[in-house]
Design a protein around this ligand. Structure first.
Ligand code: TXA
Ligand code: MG
Length: 398
């Protein structure tokens, strides 16, 4: 993978001891849908984590999408510690998390009617809005020097409790080492970052499993999707008064890679992009290729043949598929076969995708093939992440 010219890591990651990172495990969340109850010990854990954030440290915490690595967004050395722990390029800005919408006025310089409508519809929830930032109120490291800031209110009781207790705006990228799949469990966070961050607040697996949708209202009032995510384009467009900017071109599977990845390959369009989208993300350690086509039997036949050939030359193989296609493959088509669940219930695929990519790493897979899914609803976020994980590598059987 080529790297952009300006590729540079903010600060070198320091080495650390696993035990340097505090770990708090909250009691189990109880019945889904029931109001979250916290034990006295849970409350103490949240208070300790919040004190670390308020004191300029870093803490990983659950949100409804993925675990985030938080720091006080006003504190430059705290924010630098986030970039350092992740090994994140300095030109990739962070999302700032709030527990209350009223806090926003202090940090953003104006909210358009369309942005208001989106917050009314989806907050708290997996939607980040890019808004004009007030000068001088946040660390410039958070915004990577842009005149905008991405903001969101997570729909997770523990995230909200932590944000309230820390009483500061919390910048939080996904709590993974840069280039690794985003963490959907506290174990994933510890795997990547223990020893490099102040603490991990473990409140079980996250729900959505993919990051928030990032949007920006354009000068003409339409809403551009900078990163597909937990809120779908269809959901956005269903809000009265909201018009979604037509995509500048489908995420082209054929897209040449260069530095850009699929999004930048989508033509000469001036459409805005989240700066982070140019980096290859979520890459498993083995090589990953997507196999797609209009005939699912042909996809399965081609994938099975490629996997067999790979096995014959000594590769450790992996296959990522949807449940309804399992029967199209020969038995033991790959050393590690992982199902994303049904194509008719992509919520499960979204929730389990990153864990699946990590499983291939654990299995030591060196050659992995993945099926594609239709790019509608949550399918567009799933395909966006898969294409990134694959570095844009797609085989079409049509
Ligand atoms: O679900 C999520 O959004 C998770 C959880 C932890 O909240 N966070 C997350 O953060 O995914 P991160 O840093 O991994 O992704 C932030 C994305 C990047 O693609 C970044 O380029 C984009 O948001 N972004 C941040 N600020 C921006 C800005 N001012 N303009 C355009 N894009 C921005
Ligand atoms: Mg991330």
């Amino acid at each position: 993978m080529m790297k952009p010219d300006n590729f540079s890591f903010a600060v070198q990651r320091k080495t650390g001891e696993y035990s340097d990172t505090q770990y708090w495990q909250l009691s189990s969340a109880g019945e889904p849908g029931a109001e979250r109850q916290y034990s006295a010990e849970d409350k103490q854990s949240i208070a300790e984590a919040a004190a670390i954030l308020a004191g300029g440290g870093t803490v990983a915490f659950p949100t409804e999408t993925v675990y985030g690595l938080g720091a006080d967004a006003r504190n430059t050395s705290a924010v630098e510690a986030v970039f350092a722990a992740k090994g994140r390029p300095a030109d990739n800005p962070l999302i700032v998390h709030f527990a209350d919408r009223e806090q926003l006025v202090e940090f953003v310089a104006g909210v358009s009617p369309a942005a208001e409508a989106l917050m009314d519809a989806f907050w708290p929830g997996p939607l980040s809005l890019v808004l004009p930032v007030r000068a001088g109120v946040l660390s410039e490291r958070v915004t990577a020097g842009l005149d905008t800031v991405a903001v969101r209110m997570p729909a997770h009781p523990t995230a909200l409790a932590l944000l309230r207790a820390a009483a500061c705006p919390v910048a939080a990228p996904s709590a993974n080492r840069s280039g690794r799949p985003s963490p959907t469990t506290a174990a994933h966070v510890r795997e990547d970052l223990a020893g490099y961050i102040g603490g991990v607040l473990d409140d079980g697996p996250t729900g959505v499993g993919l990051e928030s949708t990032v949007v920006q209202v354009q000068p003409d009032g339409t809403v551009a999707i900078l990163r597909p995510g937990g809120i779908t384009a269809e959901q956005l467009a269903a809000v009265p008064g909201v018009v979604v900017t037509p995509p500048s071109g489908a995420i082209s599977p054929a897209g040449g890679e260069a530095a850009g990845g699929p999004e930048l390959a989508a033509g000469n369009s001036p459409a805005p992009r989240a700066p982070g989208m140019k980096y290859t993300h979520y890459a498993p350690q083995g090589s990953l290729t997507i196999v797609s086509g209009s005939s699912q039997q042909r996809v399965a036949d081609q994938a099975a043949a490629l996997l067999q050939a790979a096995q014959a030359r000594g590769e450790k193989t992996g296959l990522l598929l949807f449940e309804e296609h399992l029967a199209l493959y020969p038995a033991a088509a790959a050393g590690c076969v992982v199902s994303l669940g049904s194509l008719n219930a992509l919520e499960e695929g979204a929730r389990t995708l990153y864990g699946a990519l990590r499983r291939f790493d654990e299995a030591g897979a060196t050659y992995i093939l993945a099926e594609a899914c239709p790019e509608s609803g949550l399918g567009s976020a799933i395909m966006n992440r898969l294409l990134k994980a694959a570095g844009g590598s797609v085989i079409s059987t049509d």
